[in-house]
Design a protein around this ligand. Sequence first.
Ligand SMILES: Cc1cc2nc3c(=O)[nH]c(=O)nc-3n(C[C@H](O)[C@H](O)[C@H](O)COP(=O)(O)O)c2cc1C
Length: 440
Amino acid sequence: MFFQEARSAPTRLALVRVGLRADAVVRTDAGVLTVANPFGLATARGLPPRVAAVLRRLPGTLTGMDDLVAGLLADGGTDQEVALLLLTLDRFNPILVHEIGPLRFVPIARDAVLHPPVLPADRPVRLSRFALVRRTGEELVLESPLSRHRVTLTGDALPLLGRDATAEEAAHLVAAGFTEEADSAVPTWDFHDLYFHSRSRAGRHDAPFGATFSGDLPPEPALKPVPAGPAIDLRRPPSEPGPPFTAVLESRRTVRRYGAPPTIDRLGELLHRSARVKHLSGPSPGVPYETSGRPYPGGGAVHSLELYLVVGRCTGLDQGAYYYDPAAHRLVTLPAAGADRRAMLDLACAATGGLVRPDVLITITSRFRRMSWKYSGMAYATVLKDVGGLYQTLYLVATAMGMAPCALGGGDADLAARTFGLDWASESSVGEFLIGEAGP
Ligand SMILES: Cc1cc2nc3c(=O)[nH]c(=O)nc-3n(C[C@H](O)[C@H](O)[C@H](O)COP(=O)(O)O)c2cc1C
């Protein structure tokens, strides 16, 4: 507690500067002081007008705790009012900005709390392996998925890289979860996974999130311009009842044993039933971009996924690399290098533990800007969820057709971009799926 700490560590009053985020709005109404902030409302009742006046000045400012107290006393405030001010600041801790030396701790989540322990001056602290420093706008910030604060590095920037932190700075870093102490709770997480998890859901950051739409930029079209190259029309299967859905669901499994190669008609049927464009819709009120309907679900009907095939064995289709044109239901031949195609198949084979040499490798890419034009924070997560929906659709259709499906968990996005002639940053692979005919 700040008040208690202020007594036990009186230096802290002099060292710490506090304020409220600039976007906090303080109102007093019928004796109730309300602070509207990005995470909700904080209220305090029955505050003396002099204390309320101090709090009203806090948004967008930083003042030393001792200066706040001195100012209140200079205004005629009593000891009781000083105590009330400190208690109220403590209650508002989750929405208070704290500045200590060159470190400004900004709360970025609903449950942000900063209660620095009292550390011995010579206690070493090391940054968490999840902490990262980056530029945002004109500021250099320290962030960590384990923290509900962002630290703006002010003035004497990068203090922790250039010199040891003071005991007070260290105490604040420990309290905010930026030091090694926080890592023991997450021993198996990779840095990038935890950062992605924290930023692709709400709750631990204050960045734009959800369907925010990228204002000035036009949306990508629903359909990718079809690459130039010889096209091969695929068979459209008749609409006829297949095996009962529950039987398909119950018998679905991964098959890594192949029989005869699939035929181009069977491949065409699989792609038609699982990945074709069923219909297109123009922009409409509330949905200011083209959408399409496909057999598998897609977040926001954005459908950023594209399918590419590397064919090892397929009756009626030459070995090669192809783009699946989902609107025209045909394959477009791509001028991929043989060595790249072989490397793609080798890698997919290795991903099965060498169990099977793929007959057909389906590589799923995402046209990233299609998704990130609409969504902030959750665009890539939505892409991966879409891949899951497509995986299951491919699994179920293949099972219903008696084929051999196998999803893969990883692939080389750089190699795939080169094989299919794509720009890695604009469109590259996010999933792989093997298909063949089930063997004995
Ligand atoms: C996201 C995902 C990634 C997968 N990655 C691989 C893989 O890299 N190699 C592989 O042989 N199987 C892979 N599989 C198949 C799983 O091993 C398989 O689904 C799991 O063993 C359960 O067996 P079942 O599909 O027969 O129910 C993957 C499946 C999914 C859903």
